[in-house]
Design a protein around this ligand. Structure first.
Ligand SMILES: Nc1ccn([C@@H]2O[C@H](COP(=O)(O)OP(=O)(O)OP(=O)(O)O)[C@@H](O)[C@H]2O)c(=O)n1
Ligand SMILES: C[C@](O)(CO)[C@H](O)COP(=O)(O)O
Length: 236
């Protein structure tokens, strides 16, 4: 019987955002974190992914920092230009691997701005998606009581049922051809999407939730950086 080929995983790291909500002088992916920067911390974990083919980092056209990072010396990290929206950046990443990837290879997308992912969580996630052969995302159940609010007055309109509501995280992982089709279709139909899973959902396809971790925060606002430092210290 012929031996089965191990799966191949291509990792796309959208890192072309300007970090408006962070209000920092440099884009948040280049802010200092632990002994390096947010992006280097993220890449150091992703380099430990099982079945890794290549990592593609999608950068802003004005990016001057990436080439200065020691991580660039890794042969399986390549860079490409990102786009106006996160989904455009991911599509640029898919274009960068188009000549090398097979349609059934897996593409794992992970935000540059989520540096507290651990190799254990990452590889557990990969194992589950590969074993079930079904695209999936990390997510955590909503923990707090949810209020719907009138935006101008900030008055509470209603308390919403949080049962079965989960907060999406990254990594998110789908087969190359499925993700390419889904993102192109969402853009063609002007559907606003903030993650890969929403594009897949719009095609009517199944997305599996795999429990993530409250530690896998996205650096969005200034206070998140302090929390990320504490999480990384605690996980040392
Ligand atoms: N055009 C864009 C916008 C975002 N991203 C990336 O997508 C991830 C998640 O986005 P978010 O946290 O919203 O980052 P920013 O867009 O940089 O932040 P903000 O929305 O506050 O401007 C980040 O790693 C960011 O660099 C990207 O690659 N291309
Ligand atoms: C993909 C994501 O990290 C899932 O939480 C998120 O959607 C990205 O950015 P957002 O613009 O802050 O929602």
């Amino acid at each position: 019987m012929p031996a089965t080929q191990p799966p191949k995983i291509w990792i796309i790291v959208p890192a072309a955002g300007i970090g408006a909500r962070m209000e920092s002088a440099v884009p948040k992916q280049y802010l200092p974190l632990a002994a390096s920067t947010v992006l280097e911390q993220t890449l150091s974990v992703l380099l430990r992914a099982k079945y890794l083919a290549e990592i593609v980092v999608c950068l802003h056209p004005d990016d001057v920092q990436f080439d200065q990072l020691p991580s660039l010396k890794q042969s399986n990290i390549i860079k490409t230009l990102g786009g106006a929206e996160r989904s455009d950046s991911v599509l640029c990443g898919l274009a960068a691997i188009a000549e090398k990837v097979a349609s059934s290879d897996w593409v794992l997308v992970h935000d540059a701005a989520r540096p507290c992912l651990t190799a254990k969580l990452l590889n557990g996630f990969i194992d589950t998606v590969v074993a079930e052969q079904l695209g999936g995302i990390l997510a955590i159940p909503v923990a707090d009581t949810l209020k719907q609010v009138e935006p101008s007055t900030r008055q509470v309109i209603a308390t919403r049922d949080r049962a079965n509501l989960w907060q999406a995280q990254t990594p998110q992982m789908f087969q190359y051809s499925e993700l390419l089709l889904a993102l192109n279709s969402a853009i063609k139909h002007s559907q606003a999407i903030t993650d890969e899973a929403s594009a897949i959902e719009l095609l009517g396809k199944t997305v599996r939730i795999i429990p993530g971790s409250t530690d896998n925060i996205k650096i969005t606002r200034p206070e998140d950086l302090r929390l990320a430092n504490l999480i990384l210290q605690a996980n040392q």
